[in-house]
Design a protein around this ligand. Structure first.
Ligand code: HXC
Length: 513
């Protein structure tokens, strides 16, 4: 046979993966094939495949008769919006996308290249887990990947898209990466599936309930972004990486074109309700400060009492962390502290400045929180902010009470600029609670106790339910009008553009995990 013809035929055979019937099955489940996913993710015509002819070496259980070039994973590199990206895409049509020794080696190869060349790696996961016929070499293959995920953490962005089953140890690679995107209805993640769960705990649960996109978006927080289908998920990845630099030594791209509706400067004035006990949606404040349509909320369905996400301000990528008074009054609890801490650390690792909006009544009290470790978990957020060396700005819109004031990027833990709106209340606690404690004896002896309570509460509120005590002490740098927020933030980040701060020399810190 003509040698060039042979190459062409080999290529075609590899492209067919597990064959027409299995491709058909993949499509009938609403899923794209591994290759279709790669081409959807990358700029047109930019994919270069590596290892197309790699085959497994197993001879157990008749596998020597079942060799498919590529061995169940498509690997290589290409471009997203012109920027270099490494990718692996598991092919469920080949032995269920299961991970063999060689399949793992192919993934490791692109991870190594991504590290050496400083570019993100995107994993498209669709796999039945360790290739059962191969035994321990497959398990070792997973460990090779986990090792690289960990070494790459904080060096290059790593994104995992879950586009099918993801069971067993397979879930730990995505968990080690920076962000997970799950496809609704066709993907799930769990350490052990419903059958094992039933045997061990006698619980009866469906795959979807146990580890579907919704479950992990709302209950566990394992899933950062949910997509309706494969195409949507891949579009989300293309969009998300524009907010990130290629690696920890670079800055995220900064498009010079941006839009900002002037009407938002008017709208921001009336977001806060007159009554300081009423909720409002902090996302409106965020929207009125950042470039139009630039907010990409992360973990939108998990720990809704804090809002985190990427945004742009005059085109520049920033990370936003904001207490959400519309959910549990914006209180800090275990999940919201964990959620925000992880996001802060991503932004800090990848030179993305942080903008914090603060309206927090404190930490959530009670046995449930205490027994599950609000102390350690709250400390995660404190640690993450205190450790961050990127430019950091805080805007206190309303409440900044107690320990939560300290935690939410206060000046004392290294924030660069702190602003407060005239509606800010910066105190150890709310006026009612404070009056009940410090004036208890005085009031007990009074004739009209009710009137006395009110008076003392008003006195405390008069003293602290404003931003001026903090401003007098320089604990906030300026008191600003809501409509001045965008300009102050823009100028602040420009002023901080060349900020250079390094941590004390150490092997690594010991974040309270
Ligand atoms: C080898 C596998 C496989 C695996 C699936 N296949 N999983 N082959 N090793 N792990 C094969 C099937 O034999 C089948 O081959 C094809 O892939 C499609 O699988 P189906 O079962 O027909 O598909 P479906 O009904 O959609 O079910 C998908 C599935 C199921 C839920 C993923 O296949 C399944 O439960 N697989 C096993 C999952 C698992 O327990 N993996 C090990 C986890 S332990 P044919 O030839 O019929 O098309 C693990 C340890 C890692 O991963 C530890 C690291 C620390």
């Amino acid at each position: 046979m003509d040698k060039n013809q042979e190459l062409k035929e080999r290529r075609e055979a590899s492209k067919l993966g597990g064959g027409e019937a299995r491709i058909e099955r993949q499509h009938s489940q609403g899923k794209l094939t591994a290759r279709e996913r790669v081409t959807t993710l990358l700029d047109e015509g930019s994919f270069n495949e590596i290892g197309q002819f790699v085959e497994h070496r197993s001879t157990s259980f008749g596998l020597e008769k079942n060799k498919i070039p590529g061995d169940g994973v498509v690997t290589g590199y290409g471009r997203v919006h012109g920027r270099l990206i490494y990718v692996f895409s598991q092919d469920f049509t080949v032995l269920g996308g299961s991970l063999s020794e060689t399949h793992a080696a192919k993934i490791c190869r692109v991870m190594d290249l991504a590290m050496k060349n400083g570019a993100p790696i995107i994993g498209l996961n669709d796999s039945g887990g360790a290739r059962i016929q191969e035994g321990v070499v497959s398990l070792a293959g997973y460990a090779d990947i986990f090792y690289r995920n960990t070494r790459a953490s904080g060096v290059i962005p790593q994104l995992s898209v879950i586009m099918g089953p993801c069971a067993g140890g397979a879930v730990y690679s995505p968990a080690l990466t920076d962000f997970t995107i799950m496809v609704e209805d066709t993907s799930y993640m769990f350490v052990t599936g419903p059958n094992v769960v039933k045997t061990v705990t006698h619980e009866v649960v469906t795959s979807e309930e146990l580890g579907g996109a919704k479950t992990h978006a709302e209950k566990s927080g394992v899933n950062h972004f949910t997509a309706g289908n494969d195409i949507e998920a891949l579009k989300q990845v293309r969009d998300l990486v524009t907010f990130m630099p290629q690696n920890a030594n670079e800055l995220a791209p900064s498009p010079s074109l941006f839009e900002f509706k002037a009407s938002k400067l008017e709208n921001i004035k009336s977001i806060l309700p007159d009554n300081n006990q009423l909720p409002y949606d902090i996302r409106k404040v965020i929207e009125c400060t950042i470039d139009d349509n630039s907010f990409r909320e992360v973990h939108a369905d998990f720990a809704k009492n804090i809002v985190v996400g990427f945004a742009r301000i005059e085109g520049r990528s920033i990370g936003v962390v904001a207490n959400q008074p519309a959910s549990m009054a914006g209180v800090l609890d275990i999940d919201s502290s964990r959620k925000a801490a992880r996001f802060v650390r991503f932004c800090d690792a990848f030179n993305i400045p942080l903008l914090v909006f603060e309206d927090v009544p404190g930490f959530l009290p009670g046995t449930d929180q205490e027994w599950r470790g609000i102390i350690t978990n709250g400390a995660k957020l404190l640690y993450a902010f205190a450790e961050a060396t990127v430019p950091r700005i805080t805007v206190i819109t309303r409440k900044a009470y107690g320990g939560a004031f300290d935690v939410m990027n206060s000046k004392s833990i290294g924030s660069d600029l702190n602003f407060a709106w005239p509606t800010a209340e910066i105190a150890v606690m709310g006026a009612k609670g404070a009056a009940e404690i410090i004036f208890k004896k005085e009031i007990k002896g009074a004739e009209d106790q009710e009137a006395m309570w009110k008076q003392k509460e008003a006195e405390y509120a008069e003293m602290f339910a404003n931003p001026y005590r903090a401003a007098e002490r320089g604990i906030v740098d300026d008191v600003i009008l809501p409509e001045e927020t965008r300009a102050k933030v823009i100028d602040g980040f420009k002023m901080l553009e060349n900020k250079a701060e390094t941590l004390p020399k150490k092997k690594h810190g010991n974040i309270p995990l």
